[in-house]
Design a protein around this ligand. Structure first.
Ligand SMILES: Cc1cc2nc3c(=O)[nH]c(=O)nc-3n(C[C@H](O)[C@H](O)[C@H](O)COP(=O)(O)OP(=O)(O)OC[C@H]3O[C@@H](n4cnc5c(N)ncnc54)[C@H](O)[C@@H]3O)c2cc1C
Length: 415
């Protein structure tokens, strides 16, 4: 049985694993419906629901094919955690990355995976050309279709094999992490995005405190990174939540201790090692990308409702900003967006919390992360993207039998 990372999406299918592009072309050309899988790190039904799943991990494409100045051709199905050191060997790096690097590049770009930074676009916007296997098994490229259609696709136009990406000379980042009062983080967040290359913060529920994370470019050499204590912190948050069933005071006490124990971080490392970490505690997530001017009020309302109505939730709320781009299905199309992410324990019910918060995101003009839970369908989504119907028309033209259109995809991309 196939399962995604969070365990909330499953399929009674053993994924096929073609080892060559020719074998992939043959597999895609078969008439049964199919979905491609990267690392299975999406929370939404973007992989399950078709007759077949095709896993691209074994394709015999070199991790890095060619580096030429500020562009590199790479294996689109390589994991980001393998691409970064391989690019580093060529003296270059991704301009930005998200919280983790377990995803495949194709999986990450197909859902518009992002990091944080007011001037830094999502990964998909760094794709400058791509080659892919179309529904009939033919090889196509961005010479055949507009680039902005091919950057974010949820696998609906074909199966990516190779991608050309923007790269920058490899660089070190100076990471600084500190605890702040939530009100301070809210008051200064816009300035912080202007003043820092990467800035984000996590609100720790029921504490009034946020953890702020900043990264700046530096020529300084690497220093020793502290032990990653995120897992312990989340465990203490859960322990405090459980203790709260006995006494609200006990929960407050434990959370107070946690904030006292939160130690500042201050070190230098190579970009991809500083930007990405492991997430060993499984969760479910909803993230919306909001017009920047609405995000502060939405965040305040979420916190109010969380602390009033959802005392079982213990995961922090993450707040990031991403630069705008031109990709037809990018949630950042047309201008920068502030992303707010809410989480629940992978083994616990998320629906009451997520259903209560989602209308706040929608009313504020938010666009959902394609790989994270949301309840929108074609009717709402087509109104959020100016080029949505153009994308749907191209999808129908390239995939006339609806091979990539599982029921969950049809709900999003067909009236
Ligand atoms: C712990 C964790 C941390 C995360 N952190 C972040 C973060 O910091 N920022 C963020 O934006 N998101 C984040 N995400 C979400 C994640 O980046 C996205 O859901 C991403 O799409 C997952 O990549 P994947 O390789 O697992 O792709 P999958 O989930 O396997 O697939 C995603 C989509 O890509 C398609 N696809 C895969 N391969 C191909 C291919 N070769 N050709 C065409 N289509 C293909 C699939 O069909 C599917 O539609 C996180 C998720 C988890 C579980």
């Amino acid at each position: 049985m196939w399962s995604n990372w969070a365990g909330n999406e499953t399929a009674q299918i053993t994924p096929a694993r073609p080892v060559s592009v020719a074998a992939l072309q043959q597999a895609v050309a078969a008439p049964q419906s199919m979905r491609a899988v990267g690392a299975g790190h999406s929370f939404t039904p973007v992989v399950s629901g078709a007759d077949r799943i095709i896993d691209l991990s074994d394709l015999d494409v070199p991790t890095v094919l060619q580096v030429d100045g500020d562009k590199a051709w790479v294996n689109a199905n390589a994991r980001l955690r393998d691409l970064s050191p391989a690019l580093s060997n060529h003296g270059v790096a991704f301009r930005n990355l998200g919280d983790i690097n377990t995803q495949s590049l194709a999986g990450a770009v197909s859902t518009a995976t992002h990091g944080t930074g007011r001037e830094l676009p999502c990964l998909a916007a760094e794709i400058t050309a791509a080659r892919f296997v179309a529904a009939n098994g033919d090889m196509l490229s961005t010479d055949d279709i507009p680039l902005e259609m091919a950057q974010v696709t949820l696998g609906l136009l074909g199966v990516l094999t190779e991608a050309q990406i923007n790269v920058v000379p490899k660089y070190n980042l100076h990471r600084r992490v500190r605890l702040s009062a939530l009100q301070d983080s809210l008051d200064t967040m816009h300035d912080n995005w202007v003043g820092n290359r990467n800035f984000e913060f996590f609100y720790i529920p029921f504490t009034g405190k946020a953890v702020e994370i900043r990264h700046e470019l530096t020529d300084a050499p690497e220093t020793k990174a502290p032990r990653d204590l995120d897992m312990i912190a989340v465990k203490v948050l859960k322990l405090a939540r459980n203790a709260g069933h006995l006494s609200a005071g006990l929960r407050r006490g434990l959370l107070h201790l946690l904030t006292l124990a939160q130690s500042d971080e201050n070190y230098v490392g190579e970009s991809w090692q500083v930007l990405c970490s492991d997430r060993r505690i499984r969760f479910k997530e909803m993230e919306y990308h909001l017009p920047p001017e609405t995000a502060g009020d939405v965040l305040k309302e979420i916190i109010l409702r969380l602390e009033r109505d959802h005392r079982d939730i213990y995961f922090p709320i993450e707040v990031r900003q991403t630069a705008g781009d031109n990709a037809a299905l990018s949630p950042f199309q047309g201008g920068p967006r502030i992303s707010i992410a809410i989480h629940s324990d992978a083994d616990e019910d998320h629906e009451r919390y997520f259903n209560a918060i989602e209308p706040l995101f929608v009313e504020a003009g938010g666009r959902p992360h394609w790989g994270k839970m949301h309840g929108l369908a074609y009717k709402e989504l087509s109104g959020l993207y100016p080029d949505f119907d153009r994308f749907c028309a191209l999808q129908e033209e390239l995939d006339p039998t609806g091979k990539f259109l599982s029921p969950a995809m049809a709900r999003l991309f067909r009236p």
